[in-house]
Design a protein around this ligand. Sequence first.
Ligand SMILES: *[C@@H]1O[C@H](CO)[C@@H](O)[C@H](O)[C@H]1NC(C)=O
Ligand SMILES: *[C@@H]1O[C@H](CO)[C@@H](O)[C@H](O)[C@H]1NC(C)=O
Ligand SMILES: *[C@@H]1O[C@H](CO)[C@@H](O)[C@H](O)[C@H]1NC(C)=O
Ligand SMILES: *[C@@H]1O[C@H](CO)[C@@H](O)[C@H](O)[C@H]1NC(C)=O
Ligand SMILES: *[C@@H]1O[C@H](CO)[C@@H](O)[C@H](O)[C@H]1NC(C)=O
Ligand SMILES: *[C@@H]1O[C@H](CO)[C@@H](O)[C@H](O)[C@H]1NC(C)=O
Length: 937
Amino acid sequence: MFLWFHYSRKMGCLMWACQILCIQLLFLCSQSSATLCSYEQSYALLQFKLHFSFINTSYNRCDYFQPSYAKMMSWKEDKDCCLWDGVTCDSLTGHVIDLDLSCAWLHGSFPSNGSLFLLNHLQRLNLAFNDFNLSHISFDFNRLSSLTYLNLSYSNFSGQIPSQIAHLSKLTVLDVSQNHFDKPSIETNTLKGLVQNLTELAELHLDGVNMSTVVPSSFMNLSSSLSFLSLFSCDLQGNFPNSIFHLPSLKTLDLSYNHDLIVVFPKVNWSSPLKVLDVSSTAFSGEFNPLENLKYLTNFGASNCSLDGLVPMSLGNLPNLVYIYLHHNFFNGSLPSWLFTQTSLRQVYLSFNQLTGTINEFHSKSLESLYLHSNRLHGSIPSSMFELVNLTGLSLSLDNSGATDLHLFSKLKKLKNLALSHVNLSSSTPFKSNSSFSQLTMLRLSACNLSEFPDILRKSDQLSQLDLSKNRIHGRIPKWMWNIGKESLYHLNLSYNFLTTIEHLPWKKLRFLDLHSNFLQAPFPIALSELMILSLSNNNLTGEIPHLCNMSRLQIVDLSHNNLNGTIPECMVNSSSLQVLDVRYNKLHGNLPKAFAPGSYLRTLNFDGNGLEGRVPRSLVNCARLQVLNLGKNNIKDSFPYWLGDLPELQVFVLRFNNFYGSFEFNGSLPMLRILDLSHNNFDGYLSARSFENLKSMMNLDEEKKKLNYMGDSYYQDCVAMVVKGFEIRLEKIITTFTTIDFSNNHFHGEIPSSIGKLHSLRLLNLSQNGLIGHIPSSLGNLTALEALDLSSNKLVGEIPRQLVSLTFLAKLNLSKNQLVGPIPRGNQFDTFQNDSYIGNPGLYGFMLSNKCNVDEAAQPKSSIFDGEKLNNSKWCEWKVVMMGYGCGLPLGLFIRYQVFSTRRPEWLLRIINRATKRFEMSRRRNKKTKQKLVSS
Ligand SMILES: *[C@@H]1O[C@H](CO)[C@@H](O)[C@H](O)[C@H]1NC(C)=O
Ligand SMILES: *[C@@H]1O[C@H](CO)[C@@H](O)[C@H](O)[C@H]1NC(C)=O
Ligand SMILES: *[C@@H]1O[C@H](CO)[C@@H](O)[C@H](O)[C@H]1NC(C)=O
Ligand SMILES: *[C@@H]1O[C@H](CO)[C@@H](O)[C@H](O)[C@H]1NC(C)=O
Ligand SMILES: *[C@@H]1O[C@H](CO)[C@@H](O)[C@H](O)[C@H]1NC(C)=O
Ligand SMILES: *[C@@H]1O[C@H](CO)[C@@H](O)[C@H](O)[C@H]1NC(C)=O
């Protein structure tokens, strides 16, 4: 008490002295209009300005949080630089002490020893949200030795963070978070220096900095004043040091998205003020009990940590817990009881788990967001759910639910996002204008047994996303719908219904339109200038390809599986935005389009199963980003496009069932090619050894290390039809490790080059029905990933090489109808093949007894990429739209913007956006405080 009194008296004196000074200064100013800013400073700032142009690039994403503009444009020599936008001077000395150039459209290389570093009185420097074009962070920053605040985040820096940054020993806030793929990196020694020297540090933001070489123990001994540590997505590996949890002032700790970072909570001595703790997407041990010591914890995230067992009950003992993120785990059992009773809870994410049972009655009504979808819950919706008056977001999926009246949800007046799937909905009560969703922006009712558009939408003026897919809606879109979300709807999914007619699409803002798997017949006009993604596949559309060319933003067009005829309009392929054009299985004819424009963004062209003719246009080399080129099942007559080697990204190339002729040879190499299907053509000539040697991606046996993934993005996944183990199947998603060569049914002759044995990752090799001669090369025994080998119906001679026995994945072998001789080898897979693998080779002996019963267990092929779940999951080319609003607590508009513009993983983006939001709120608050301080002093 006494101390406080003493202190405030002292402050009072100071303020009094200051007031006098200020008055004097004011007097001075009015007298002589002297400028505060020295010429040197003004000059240094203007010199710095010269390095940049001012462009509104995507790095200025702060548009979503605060306006961005070319701040420096207003800097003029004839004005006191202390009055320039973003510049703050010390009111006594005139030194520039604060430079805030965040969101200022700066574009260009950052000068490594520029005039900026002359401003050696700078205390605060904010360069966030600009585009420094992958510049390295200059080691000259250490000249700004008075800095207490340095923000270089989100500004496209790259390279090593210089060790000199550790000289800025007065820093209380350091932020070098970045969000692009070319991450800057930091070395263990730099980090150690930083930890040792920055003794005043309160906030350390290193999100997205590459720390793959950093030993996590380098973080030990961080300043005891540290209250904020964020290490999101730093590629940290190994054990996270326990001592960090003991820091006495730590309030926020974010370790998320370091998949190989081992995190174990301490049993005792937690830093007690911890409020925010995120270990999502780490190797978190899953021990929750230690959390009970955290009396102030409000946010806790452990999503995507492969956690299993019951949802921890102990979380219910944390009285302050407000936000809980446990989605994308393997939790089972029923919903935790705290969900229904904890009175502090506002947001709970338990979606994407394996929870079972029913939803109980809610005794606490505090919830604002509740995400439970993609579990195995069943039963009906408890009546108390309609009393959660503050609910703004709700997602649920329920198996075998009883019928629920959709109108009940309109009691939830604040509801903005509602997503129900597999919930049996009825809307028996007639429409009442007071029971309506006036706040609703997102409605997803997929597989809800709806037979018409829910009239509860009649008042939803702000609707921006509507998903009514997988229902039983017949006929057409009712006229009243045309006025709903007229200015706001950008996402409309009506796929898997029974719609027959589209009369009108009045939603000018639509970016995403999915009408696939309906019964649409007549073509209809689509004039949506904002449209980016369009699927009309699996309808019954006739006539010509609809006119889409003046929609300049289109990225993905899927018209597959219709009855469209006519030709492919030239304008489709010289679009500057199109990435995917899929017109598979229509009745298109005429020549392939010719005018592929330079700089094309096309990544997938799928023309499979039409009647297209002519030759392969040479202008395809303009599509440097092409990954999939499928010209199968057409009437194309041409030689092998030898210039194909100029397509560096090509992964899937299919020419099957056409009239191609000549030999198989190409320029350059195809470093990414994984699927090559030339079957059923008229190719002839020798199989050249050189060509196989250029298929580098098929030689890579490191595939175990690659992630199993599908080609494409969350909107469009590539598909290909092929013969696998004798059956034509459609791989509707292409697994990124799938590697095949199919040259069957051609007229290739000569010998099989032994260099084919270098294609180590090959899973399928089919050279059947050709005119190949000579021996089976023993190098085929090196194709250890091979699962199917078909060399039948050729003129091969000699013995079956013994080396083939080492192909332990081989499930299907066909050597029939050749002129092979000698014994059939024994062992491994060869003990399982039946006679039909060898028939038609009179000189072969050692045939198996047909129907041999006692096949050795060990000889069964090992599990393969075709087997079980993996293959069965290869469903239809899927329009998988990540459920917006699921697993995120974001403004949805923001989210979809990022999603549409980017192909990065949504979860990742989400984090970035969350962080950016946090950051902005903080820096805004800070700026306000500093300004207030400066003004009041
Ligand atoms: C900058 O670009 C973004 C994205 O294109 C746009 O939304 C924003 O309005 C632009 N800002 C200004 C001031 O032009
Ligand atoms: C700590 O900072 C001082 C100057 O402030 C510098 O001389 C020293 O090299 C720094 N130490 C490390 C380990 O970077
Ligand atoms: C709903 O939110 C308001 C405003 O935040 C709050 O005052 C009220 O207590 C909340 N209602 C419940 C049931 O938690
Ligand atoms: C598509 O149209 C054809 C003829 O126009 C008809 O035979 C077929 O049943 C239709 N298919 C569907 C799914 O409506
Ligand atoms: C294309 O389809 C339309 C409608 O089915 C038909 O009238 C027209 O004759 C077809 N054109 C060609 C060239 O097959
Ligand atoms: C096949 O592997 C053996 C040894 O593993 C090697 O000596 C031989 O050169 C390889 N052949 C080819 C064609 O890769």
